[in-house]
Design a protein around this ligand. Structure first.
Ligand code: N2P
Length: 343
């Protein structure tokens, strides 16, 4: 009898033990987001707290992200589109509706960043950071007044200019100068913008969207058209870097976190969104990448100097916003690759 009992115990242990020792597969989150935008400290903090490992792949334009997502071969759980890209992804049914019961911290957002027109009813997107695209000038080097794109793209500044490497942005500078609305991207309007762009492109020394501030910080360039966070970082180190909202027209971007259709780790993605909406976490993002923080509770934690940075928090109320332009994207791409091939 004893032997039967001990055999049973042994068998039982053999069955139970392996599963006790086997750790559940670590949960992971495949994040596809803008470069120079999510501090590693934030990612590490999330992993420490939740055990969810984050694979962070980076891109430097909405178009690059959408192309990769459309190919369907990569399994991303969280992407970071700007407003017009959210609009595009919603139109194409490429996003999952978010479960806001897992994102209670959405309440921390300033009400002006809730329920925005590109996502009616706020079903798919949560704003991450916002800002403007504008001009940065090293006023130690450039003494002439700079007010707009026309002042930047001048022959006398040839090879002293840094510029975001973003076709939609660059084309919008020319449209603004020509007083053509930035969302009216038609073959006729692009034909009008073309001579201006052909003249401007060879003046630029560095096209880069990952770290446009670097050539300015290192003294290789003296002025540029940049995303405001880059200008704000330059200003933090040296107040000679002045930020100017282009007088011909300035546009605001709102970058969001969204879950692509069919994401395998949707809940992990929602946990991450909720995590970054904590005021103290969102503050870390502002400390490292000083864009305009849409999180009202996080803003309360920022220093007066951070809030007084003119590139992060410019005084303006007249800003344009990009919309999904459908086939216009392809037209812009074709025009710009043709112009670039001539350089
Ligand atoms: C940060 C990217 C800013 C995105 N490097 C501008 N929409």
């Amino acid at each position: 009898m004893k032997r039967i009992v001990s055999t049973c115990v042994l068998l039982g242990l053999l069955l139970v033990l392996p599963s006790c020792h086997r750790k559940p597969a670590a949960e992971s989150l495949n994040l596809f987001a803008w470069s120079q935008y999510i501090p590693q400290e934030v990612i590490d903090g999330f992993t420490r707290e939740t055990g969810i490992k984050v694979n962070y792949e980076q891109y430097d334009s909405n178009e690059a992200m959408i192309t990769k997502l459309s190919q369907g071969s990569s399994r991303y759980d969280l992407v970071q589109p700007s407003e017009y890209a959210v609009e595009n992804l919603i139109h194409r049914n490429m996003l999952e509706p978010l479960d806001f019961s897992l994102i209670p911290n959405v309440k921390n957002l300033d009400p002006q960043f809730r329920d925005l027109p590109y996502d009616p009813g706020q079903k798919y997107s949560v704003p991450y950071m916002t800002g403007t695209t504008g001009i940065v000038v090293n006023t130690d080097k450039i003494k002439d007044p700079i007010r707009g794109y026309r002042d930047v793209f001048q022959e006398k500044y040839k090879k002293r200019i840094a510029c975001v490497d973003d076709n939609r942005e660059i084309v919008s500078f020319a449209l603004d100068v020509l007083k053509i609305p930035i969302n009216e991207v038609t073959p006729e309007n692009l034909a009008k913008a073309r001579p201006l762009l052909a003249q401007w492109m060879p003046l630029v020394r560095v096209f880069n969207s990952d770290d446009t501030k670097r050539p300015l910080a290192e003294g290789d360039c003296d002025l540029g058209v940049v995303f405001c966070g880059d200008a704000a970082s330059l200003y933090e180190t040296n107040h000679a870097f002045k930020y100017i909202l282009p007088e011909e027209g300035t546009h605001q971007f709102i970058d969001n976190l969204c879950v692509p259709k069919g994401a395998e780790h949707k809940e992990a993605a929602e946990k991450f969104i909720n995590y970054i909406l904590r005021p103290e976490v969102s503050k870390i993002i502002s400390d490292k990448f000083p864009y305009t923080n849409p999180n009202a509770e996080a803003r309360k934690l920022l220093t007066p100097a951070q809030l007084a940075n003119p590139a992060s928090y410019p005084k303006t109320d007249h800003l344009e916003v990009f919309h999904d332009i459908g086939p216009g994207t392809k037209l812009i791409g074709e025009l710009m690759s043709e112009l670039r091939s001539k350089e």
